[in-house]
Write a protein that binds this ligand. Structure first.
Ligand code: NAD
Length: 304
């Protein structure tokens, strides 16, 4: 088994190594700068755990003769060419639910940070400024929250926002039932009606730039947009244009079209924009669940 890490320290993975050793398997932890480095590091691997990059493209998988299982170290499959894997007889898996609560809480934290202007007010408080504008605060209770994507995370966001006293609109063209307390509406109605919008869709050809110049133009001018799903669901160019023109009230992002976010990115340095560096899933509890889910699936697959 080869674990391909993306950023951070190479973790010791003692528990995983012990669990794999019990069935005669071993774990090598690597970091690979590009596809060639990944192919070299994983040439003899039966299983790859892939955190983020380099992606498991058709070319990479075709050059890994032993590969039988690729597991995405997280939620989503956007790093894998699933169709190519299927053709090549390589099984693909991920860990769909290890951080549902974490990302939902992060989305609500960002929504509250925008509604109460926590980040800006902290900067003012730290600098000794007293009762200083310029961005207005808004009350979440009684506001309308639009949740785009009513899967695991979106449903939970809907429940928490509802507990804050917000009216929740929900849009999902696929999920036909949800226990979340939402009023189901069409996408345009949600965009026109919401004071806060939280995005929880997978990245696919159908959702890439779901938020573009045309759809952002439908928002109320004071509306706040929170994206903790995938960066490319929102067109950064369209978002920056809306911010420049004062056509959007606030933006909070955990995910970006380009990650890590470059130092000269035009989203930086704005009073009504909050940026967190793709940390929505992160907590010790989530990391424990992720490791258990991935390792458990690997042991089960290797045994059969
Ligand atoms: P999920 O699969 O449970 O739910 C996604 C929902 O989106 C589904 O119900 C699907 O029907 C719906 N959907 C698909 N296309 C849509 C569209 N065009 N419009 C509206 N809805 C649409 O996924 P989840 O576990 O809730 O995760 C949601 C997103 O969060 C994913 O993009 C995932 O990659 C992202 N995520 C981010 C982090 C982070 O660290 N920030 C961590 C985990 C997951």
């Amino acid at each position: 088994v080869v674990q391909v890490e993306y950023v951070g320290d190479l973790a010791p993975y003692d528990e995983e190594k012990a669990a794999l050793a019990e069935i005669g398997a071993d774990l090598t932890v690597v970091r690979a700068a590009d596809a060639d480095a990944l192919v070299e590091a994983a040439h003899d691997a039966d299983v790859i755990w892939l955190e983020w990059t380099p992606h498991l493209t058709r070319d990479v998988m075709a050059r890994l003769p032993r590969l039988g299982l690729g597991i995405r170290w997280g939620v989503g499959y956007d790093q894998f060419d699933v169709a190519a894997a299927t053709e090549l007889g390589i099984a693909i898996a991920n860990a769909p639910s290890y951080c549902t609560e974490d990302v939902a809480e992060h989305a609500l934290a960002l929504m509250l940070a925008l509604s109460r202007q926590v980040v800006l007010r902290d900067r003012q408080g730290q600098q000794g400024l007293w009762r200083h504008g310029p961005v207005p605060q808004r009350r979440l209770a009684g506001s309308t929250v639009g949740v785009v994507g009513l899967g695991r995370i979106g449903s939970r966001v809907a429940r928490i926002a509802s507990a804050f006293g917000a009216e929740v609109l929900g849009y999902d063209p696929v999920a036909t039932t949800t226990e979340a307390p939402v009023r189901r509406v069409g996408f345009e109605e949600l965009l026109r009606g919401a004071d806060f919008i939280s995005v929880h869709v997978p990245l696919s050809d159908g959702t890439r730039h779901l938020f573009d110049t045309d759809t952002l133009a439908l928002l109320k001018p004071h509306a706040a947009l929170v994206n903790t799903s995938r960066g490319a669901v929102v067109s950064q160019a369209a978002l920056v244009a809306a911010l420049e023109a004062g056509r959007i009230g606030g933006v909070a992002l955990d995910v970006f079209e380009q990650e890590p976010l470059p130092a000269d990115n035009p989203l930086r340095g704005r009073d009504n924009v909050i940026l967190t560096p793709h940390e929505g899933a992160n907590s010790p509890q989530a990391m424990r669940d992720l490791r258990r889910e991935v390792c458990g699936a690997t042991v089960e697959w290797l045994r059969t």
